[in-house]
Design a protein around this ligand. Structure first.
Ligand code: RB5
Length: 147
């Protein structure tokens, strides 16, 4: 498993906390910034992660902004991306199990670091269930082709 993470300035500290968790767990990852708290535009960072996950370079992505909303909107514009904005471990499990979500979006202004770490752990630990859910994910792909 190989993870790619990014944030904007409003998600920097939470992203760094999540990097610490991945290091503790020995999960392979690439952190693509930003490295300072200077104001940046979240679409630039969502684009980096969405393109890399869509290209198959990483198993899963993580995007953090103030709310997680902007990141999720941008990431979901990319073909093959199923980005899930989660604020509970239950949502994270369902996003993987039912939706085969491949990017987790989190809001630093919404969640404490402890809760967010639990959400990320649930996201990484939960496999896609397949079966009827695979049919539905295929229907998402078909919807993409109508764009
Ligand atoms: C930045 O102020 C903020 O707009 C951004 O982090 C995010 O919450 C957007 O959805």
């Amino acid at each position: 498993m190989k993870i790619i993470l990014a944030s904007d300035h409003a998600g920097l500290e939470l992203r760094q906390a999540l990097v610490g968790l991945l290091q503790e767990k020995g999960v392979s990852f690439q952190d693509v910034g930003p490295t300072t708290s200077e104001s940046v535009d979240y679409p630039d960072f969502a684009k980096k992660v969405a393109r890399a996950v869509a290209a198959g370079e990483y198993t899963l992505g993580v995007l953090v902004c103030g709310t997680g909303i902007g990141m999720s909107i941008v990431a979901n514009k990319y073909r093959g991306i199923r980005a899930a904005l989660c604020s509970t471990e239950f949502e994270a499990r369902m996003a993987r199990e039912h939706n085969d979500a491949n990017i987790l979006c989190l809001g630093q202004r919404v969640l404490g670091a402890g809760v967010a770490k639990g959400i990320l752990e649930a996201f990484l630990a939960t496999p896609f269930a397949g079966g009827k859910h695979a049919r539905r994910v295929q229907m998402i792909r078909e919807a993409e082709s109508e764009r």
